[in-house]
Design a protein around this ligand. Structure first.
Ligand SMILES: Cc1cc2nc3c(=O)[nH]c(=O)nc-3n(C[C@H](O)[C@H](O)[C@H](O)COP(=O)(O)O)c2cc1C
Length: 134
């Protein structure tokens, strides 16, 4: 299986309703396609981990890269894995940053997260907590 993490720049015009619709679409598609993962949104950037069969992940990433709701998609980690980290989640997401943080923390505590993946997500979350300008 393939696991990919990318970061991107969100369209600044996105509303909470837009985000909710996008997450619902991603969860429905991923359940259909056998993909799992996690999405973090800090109001400006997305970080997403997507995992599953190689061809399915590649096809999904091709759609995601072409999506006008964000731009500047940069992959920061890509590797073949034996097991999924987010097997219980078609796309783990919480609009409330702190809850999401807790969700990741629970997975990390159970030893389900690869240390480097965990570090990347923790760093991204920390940037969001600092907020614009500070
Ligand atoms: C940040 C971000 C993350 C996304 N994540 C997923 C995803 O995990 N799975 C997915 O199918 N689509 C995801 N999408 C949506 C895709 O870009 C695309 O719109 C969608 O797959 C097309 O689905 P449709 O054929 O049902 O219209 C994401 C879009 C954005 C902007």
């Amino acid at each position: 299986m393939l696991s990919v993490i990318y970061v991107s720049v969100a369209d600044p015009g996105l509303t909470p309703a837009d985000i909710a619709a996008m997450v619902a679409q991603a969860q429905a598609n991923n359940a259909r396609d056998g993909l799992t993962g996690a999405l973090i949104y800090n109001g400006q950037n997305f970080m997403q981990l997507l995992e599953g069969p190689v061809a399915r992940v590649e096809a999904c990433l091709a759609r995601i890269r072409a999506d006008l709701r964000h731009n500047g998609v940069i992959e920061i980690r890509r590797r073949l894995v034996e097991e999924r980290e987010f097997s219980a989640f078609s796309m783990l997401y919480s609009p409330l940053f702190r809850e999401h943080d807790a969700g990741l923390s629970r997975l990390a505590a159970r030893g389900q997260l690869d240390p480097q993946d965990e570090q990347m997500m923790a760093n991204f979350l920390a940037l969001g907590h600092r907020g614009p300008g500070g």
